[in-house]
Design a protein around this ligand. Sequence first.
Ligand SMILES: [Zn+2]
Ligand SMILES: [Zn+2]
Length: 166
Amino acid sequence: MAHGDQDLALAEAFPDKLFTRALAQCAATGCSLTALRREVLAAFAASTRPLKAYEIVDRLSTPSRRISPISVYRSLDFLIELGIVHRLATQNAFVLCDHDHAQDETLVFMICQCCGDVDEAVLPGMTRSLAATADAHGFRSRGHSIELQGECEDCRSATSPTGRRG
Ligand SMILES: [Zn+2]
Ligand SMILES: [Zn+2]
């Protein structure tokens, strides 16, 4: 098997920044960016939309090589752990993070129900406030993210013939 060709194809599929960041984070945590992890990352890099696990399985599978969903889930868990991929609970999908925020920041995902686009932003100062609220209820939260459903700016201007803002 021509591994060189495959690496070349992967390198082309990667925006350098993403690949460099993944490698740096792997080095910092003493993990390795295995071939499958790289391929999962490449699937995200090649997509403008959030991906569901089965879509990644389909993209990476070939007639001669069927990727198992469990191994894709393991790679996703790894990339989530690194902070390179986020899970969108309401979409049952995963999205690439191209922000350089701290792992414990509270995030807001603005999910367009029209085009499927997802915008991510950090909510500064929210983590402490959410933790305090959870504490007051004796609740231990496992993540800090809020998902908003609605319409993105592009879709809003496309559906508004007058272009007026309400
Ligand atoms: Zn992020
Ligand atoms: Zn949209």
